[in-house]
Design a protein. Sequence first.
Length: 217
Amino acid sequence: MFTTPHRDSILGVMAGTTYTGFSSFVGLLTVITNWRTPTVTEASYTGYATRPGITFGAAADTSPAGGRQRANSALCTFPQNTGTTQDMIGYGIYDASTAGNLKGIGLMDADVPILGVANDTTTEDLIAPAHGLSTDQRVFVLAAPGAVIPTGLAENTAYFVLAVGLTTDQFRLAATSGGAAINITAKGAALFIPYTALTVANLATPEFAIGTIIVQV
């Protein structure tokens, strides 16, 4: 496990506070193809141009405890949309106002990742106590450190939660809304990250309020 000073050092790099002249900017994302590479598609609505700068407050403990985090300390306002609507699913932290390198990715809503386990290959059930998922909720699948993804699921893939088999502590996933449950053929565990797309309508001016972009380590 990283020590607190090292976590804060990592957060300092992300926030652009560790090195002189190193700044951070935030962009809007419409597609996340690969979280690790990373491969994303940035917003392209009419009027979207340079990314606004982002500043972060001091590092603090996460809640529940276990990590460290920084949150944006100022309002982040994007250019107004003067064209057609466009759906956003996340944001990216970059080191430049245009082009540059993508340093981190986050989703629009505040749902936390869920660790789910497949421990019975005779069913398609994924076990995650008090997961809070609902029918048709979209979730990304990512590998959990040190765990093997259940065979049948693919990392960087978005699935739909099914009504069939949905209980407080278990759920099933499908490739399409209401489709066939993914056949789990080998046991394993993964992170399931819920997300909801947010629409930027014509003449809307997207913004992130203070404290709504949180980077954690």
